[in-house]
Ligand binder design. Sequence first.
Ligand SMILES: Cc1cc2nc3c(=O)[nH]c(=O)nc-3n(C[C@H](O)[C@H](O)[C@H](O)COP(=O)(O)OP(=O)(O)OC[C@H]3O[C@@H](n4cnc5c(N)ncnc54)[C@H](O)[C@@H]3O)c2cc1C
Length: 563
Amino acid sequence: MPYRAPVAEFEFLLSHVVGYDRVTATEAHAEATPDMVHALLTEAGRICEEVLAPLNRAGDMTPARLENGVVRTSPGYADGYRAMAEAGMTAVSADPEYGGLGLPQTVTTCVNDMAGAACLALQMNPLMTQGQIEALENHATDEIKALYLPKLISGEWCGTMNLTEPQAGSDVGALSTKAEPAGDGTYRITGQKIYISWGDNDFTGNVVHLVLARLPDAPKGTKGISLFLVPKLIPEADGTPGVANSLKVVSLEHKLGLHGSPTCVMQYDGATGWLIGEENRGMAAMFTMMNNARLGVAVHGVSIADAATQAAVAYATDRTQGKPLVEGGTGTILDHADVRRMLMEMKAETFAARAMALDLAVSIDLGHTGDAAQAARAAVLTPIAKAYGTEMGIKLANIGIQVHGGMGFIEETGVAQYLRDVRVSAIYEGTNGIQAMDLVGRKMMDGGAAIHALIDAVEFEAGAHEMGAPVAAMAGALRAATEDMLGRDLNDRFGGAVPYLMGFARVMGALYHLRAATAGDKTRTALARFYIARLLPEAHGLFAQARAGAADLYDLSADELAA
Ligand SMILES: Cc1cc2nc3c(=O)[nH]c(=O)nc-3n(C[C@H](O)[C@H](O)[C@H](O)COP(=O)(O)OP(=O)(O)OC[C@H]3O[C@@H](n4cnc5c(N)ncnc54)[C@H](O)[C@@H]3O)c2cc1C
């Protein structure tokens, strides 16, 4: 089934659910009016439908491969990348001073959503670059900015992020890549990085790596990490790519999915690097990139949730099987209550996960204008949106296969690819478990103030809505679970962190549905009713798990677990 870009859905969400008008009310984004956003999303949507979506299967069937040290990308990817770059889709929010469009992150989020649904493996490339651009804009010297940003923003070059090493995955502080001052202001970077997305390609003039490494005598752990920019080709002063740097792609991983995205083992052998930000403060700079990527990966989940839902509805509309138990049916499997249940769940969850990603993006945009309360709100929503968005991508891709019956398990429908491709989104950019620990750990270090502010707003709004009583009540249960968390030690919190996060997401999802029901038509009301009646109650069980602490999780010894 051809992918359809949901431009009208974005416009509904921006106008009626996430308060995008607050972004255009700021001086920084006064020009990002609904009309200009409509024009941009319409054109981006056309590229996604006509250029990117037809490449999705090619990437799956013909993965990127390593040939004499150079990554050869999947058929058509070079053209797809070029189309995105020419339309400005790769750097929508980048600084206009260096050639970017300077539009809000909220608009980038809509564009990334469509591009990810059309061809997730290819969209991974600009997503990495977008994060790198933001990190350089915030932490690089003017010289580095002038040399690199115009090329990255135009799409002539692309960027990567290099954190992971064999012994340093979730525990980034365990990394051992070395950086030694060369005496001329540059550094020599030596070490191996694994799982590096788009570590090389055959369609950009250069690949710019942001690499975390340790200086000699650096403190142990994350306090001793610095960030370096390490280009594949060292640019001349005028920006022309010059001599090759001392780095290479050693191998590509064979993966469950996302085959078109080359996942590289990178070797740095005294490669020339430039410090970004301050020595030993690399994590602060890298966090700019990681927070950007966390929203981007949340959107990966939404993209696939949408693509899977579109495919499932189209299939169910055609497939005839069984006798309906209702009058006036269509004669297809759409008549069956259980198929209806699956499709309603897909539509209701896609809406809620997308609304959350856009809500987060709006708070990020407002936070960037100096609104501290919105920045704190964004910090709370980031782990929730990342984990909820990606879990929904996985769940709905799975349900989508079920709607297709046997045809879902057969590769030619393409719906199995959705599940294989999106599965990793719960793992990279901080596993969803790590996101949940962030929510109940770092994000509660203010004593729960930012979380309570969010809950206050939900209770207030839901309390005034005719369908809102169960939502307000569940917000109360979230408040109680939050108080319980705050009273516990850290490991107890961690034992309940994932269910707490998912229950939190249920409450937020219900709020977005209430807003949609207020502004929308019969469809919006029906989906809101479905979400509140069938999905929101899951939060009861989730909060009960959240309050269970960690003690029982250690009831079995390591030997007993292994027995
Ligand atoms: C396809 C792909 C692309 C990737 N792209 C990039 C990239 O571009 N750049 C990059 O730097 N990295 C990249 N990664 C790496 C990715 O970010 C890591 O895989 C991820 O951070 C998890 O690390 P790990 O694989 O070592 O798992 P581990 O850290 O070993 O985790 C294993 C399990 O233990 C849990 N766990 C670990 N520590 C804790 C803890 N303290 N408390 C509770 N649970 C814990 C985890 O949640 C997980 O369930 C990519 C990975 C893949 C698969």
